[in-house]
Design a protein around this ligand. Structure first.
Ligand SMILES: C[S@@+](CC[C@H](N)C(=O)[O-])C[C@H]1O[C@@H](n2cnc3c(N)ncnc32)[C@H](O)[C@@H]1O
Length: 213
């Protein structure tokens, strides 16, 4: 949504992920198909800021890929915190585990190798941060689950909610329409504070509203 030069300037003035996360990002970009799916340093710094601000301890992530975002988030939670991350891809998950094992924060990460909805059906606890970044066709389903599993001061962050600007054009394809439906559902939630930020490919932030003033 902003020029590469501006984004790089913002990144260079923001909290950077560790060398472990950067090495994982470099490897993914050089060697793994679909590396444009990485959240990248800009979004990592926003997540780090939110995690610290909201004193997040437990995180649920949908969409591990090669483990970049999971590790970037794990670096900002306490030692007894955890990141539970879900993905269906055995190959990219193996890369993730290899890099997590090289980081002192990797032990905070628990991997579930299952389709998102199936994995969520087996999870009953609540989370301080739920980061949705897996298959776009299930975004509304993931949001429904997240709303029921959010701790009192919890935060939901949904990635790619601008979908390269395609959300302005309904009917383009199934994924776009799914994200549009999700965004409408999120917008119309009552009792929640919401902001859809034009950072990278769109970050939708949703939090239970506190008392009315
Ligand atoms: C955008 S990538 C995640 C990127 C990651 N959060 C990061 O920035 O490092 C989306 C991931 O969702 C996974 N995925 C696709 N369909 C899925 C499903 N039904 N259940 C779980 N994961 C799925 C893909 O295998 C892919 O790794």
């Amino acid at each position: 949504m902003v020029s590469k030069d501006i984004e790089n300037y913002c990144i260079s003035h923001s909290t950077r992920p560790s060398e472990h996360v950067q090495a994982l990002g470099d490897f993914t970009r050089e060697s793994v198909h679909g590396s444009n799916m990485l959240i990248g340093e800009m979004e990592a710094s926003v997540l780090a800021f939110l995690i610290r601000l909201a004193k997040v301890k437990n995180i649920l992530e949908l969409g591990t890929y090669t483990g970049y975002s999971a590790l970037a988030m794990a670096e900002h939670i306490p030692h007894d915190g955890k990141v539970v991350t879900i993905d269906i891809n055995r190959e990219t998950t193996a890369i993730a585990r290899k890099y997590w094992d090289q980081s002192p924060h990797g032990k905070k990460i628990q991997q579930i190798l299952k389709p998102g909805l199936e994995a969520l059906a087996g999870i009953e606890e609540n989370f301080d941060l739920i980061f949705i970044d897996a298959d776009k066709n299930n975004y509304s389903n993931y949001l429904d689950w997240a709303l029921k599993h959010l701790s009192a001061n919890g935060l939901i962050v949904v990635d790619n909610t601008l979908w390269h600007g395609k959300v302005l054009t309904p009917g383009l394809d199934k994924q776009t329409d799914s994200i549009i439906s999700h965004n409408i559902k999120a917008r119309d939630l009552e009792g929640y504070t919401k902001t859809l930020l034009p950072i990278r490919d769109g970050m939708f932030l949703i939090q239970k509203a506190g008392p009315e003033f």
